[in-house]
Design a protein around this ligand. Structure first.
Ligand code: HEM
Length: 422
């Protein structure tokens, strides 16, 4: 939007509530100061065509309210903005947040899609996967131990663990995992609005490649079913779509696959970085390993992999005493809500023993609450614990770089040495 870097910083300092500011690359490195300015200026900040909240109670209320939905989220934007978005995109194949992804539809469709896959992700089913996840982590760490000199934890560990786990869960050959990582990285940017045209081209081709692969795979499974989750889903497709259409099936399978690895990589990366920066917290975990599950929630609170989501008012309503007309967009800044001082004392402090760490909204709230939350927590715990127990001397070996995504927050590269030098 043509503003200089200084003008952008100035607007952020003034608590400017324009939602586009939330996406500005200038503020991506450290968005938290901007959230605090919004908090100081507004109970529920109005924007040009949307409202923004960094408050825990407001975000939770909106996410749980039946007055809000996810359908047609960009319909609330003024025509020129919508047109500009259309020109920049959208991909011909529906992306992870386009219908019929369950993330982009309201009940009753949402209920129907979600019910198809919930059983695979219950706490009990996830607990049964822990042993195998520990084996995968140990194998990856064996490979890592063979690296001489500094190594990069993101491509060598943080990204490989979740994609291996979700591929095995879905019955997809793990030989596909490197390819999924490339396509998934490209497709992840589809969550961000206002991307430069060049990046949209990557998004479009990666989403198309994932679609093509998944459509073929599911057709193979319909012909020759196995006893995996996807074969079960594929068997439900029928010609007239009375149970499930092929389009719905592909969207559901791709969402579960993509959500299964594009976010957890950031949990593992963000957690590694936080622990490297806070040696006293690391020592505490070494002395009290029972704190690991809580530490994972504290990582999710302080550095949530999904920084925000949004809802559209389905009717005229009111939130926090403010009238919200039908059709308006409300941006719920999960990363801001997670540092609300009314819920978390000294909120910027990373404290693995924080008593109410689990009250974060990193997995959202309400009917779209993350389907994979139990799986993500288990993977995060196994991955981080195995890493720090195996390499007690793990140390940073240079500046990390962030992923270029704006809604997803994590690292692309985390250089480390496995043993502290000196
Ligand atoms: C939904 C975060 C891992 C599957 C969500 C939402 C968030 C989220 C914030 C809701 C978005 C909204 O309300 O608009 C995360 C984080 C993860 C993670 C931070 C890792 C640390 C996973 C994993 C899976 C998964 C491992 C594996 C299957 C899903 C699905 C939905 C979802 C299917 C859509 C649920 C619905 O619309 O009803 N996730 N997720 N997620 N997540 Fe996760």
């Amino acid at each position: 939007h043509g503003l200089t870097r200084m003008a952008i910083r100035q607007r952020a300092r003034q608590g400017n509530p324009d939602a586009t500011l939330l996406l500005d690359p200038e503020l991506q490195g450290d968005p938290f100061e901007h959230y605090e300015n919004l908090r100081a200026h507004w109970p529920f900040a109005p924007g040009a065509f949307s409202r923004v909240s960094v408050h825990h109670d407001v975000c939770t209320e909106v996410l749980r309210s039946e007055d809000f939905g996810v359908a047609d989220r960009d319909a609330s934007m003024p025509t020129p903005v919508r047109l500009a978005l259309r020109l920049a995109g959208p991909p011909p194949n529906p992306g992870p947040i386009d219908p019929p992804s369950m993330l982009a539809v309201d009940p009753p469709d949402h209920t129907r899609y979600r019910r198809l896959v919930t059983r695979a992700f219950t706490a009990r089913r996830v607990a049964a996967l822990r042993g195998r996840t520990e084996e995968i982590a140990a194998d990856l760490l064996d490979d890592l131990a063979r690296d001489t000199g500094p190594t990069d934890l993101v491509p060598r560990y943080a990204s490989l663990l979740p994609v291996t786990v979700i591929s095995e869960m879905l019955g997809i050959p793990t030989s596909m995992r490197e390819q999924f990582l490339v396509w998934g990285d490209g497709a992840a940017a589809s969550l961000d609005l206002g991307l430069p045209r060049q990046r949209w081209e990557t998004v479009t081709s990666c989403v198309a490649a994932l679609h093509g692969w998944m459509t073929d795979h599911l057709r193979r499974l319909r012909a020759e079913p196995g006893d995996d989750l996807l074969s079960g889903l594929a068997a439900m497709v029928d010609e007239d779509g009375s149970q499930l259409t092929e389009r719905e099936l592909v969207a559901t399978a791709l969402l579960v696959l993509g959500a299964g690895f594009e976010t957890t990589v950031n949990l593992i990366g963000n957690g590694t970085r936080l622990l490297l920066e806070h040696p006293e917290q690391r020592d505490r975990l070494a002395a009290e390993p029972d704190l690991w599950p809580n530490a994972v929630d504290e990582v999710l609170r302080v550095e949530p992999p999904v920084t925000r989501t949004a809802r559209r008012a389905r009717r005229d309503t009111e939130v926090a005493g403010v009238a919200v007309p039908e059709g308006s967009l409300v941006v719920t800044v999960l990363a801001g809500a997670n540092r609300d001082p009314r819920v978390f004392s000294d909120p910027a402090r990373f404290d693995v023993a924080r008593a109410n760490a689990r009250d974060h909204v990193a997995f959202s709230s309400g009917i779209h609450f993350c389907l994979g939350a139990a799986l993500a927590r288990m993977e995060g715990e196994v991955a981080l614990r195995a890493l720090f127990e195996r390499f007690p001397g793990l140390a940073s070996a240079g500046a990390p770089t962030r992923r270029p995504t704006r809604i997803l927050r994590g690292y692309e590269s985390l250089p480390v040495t496995l043993d502290r030098i000196g």
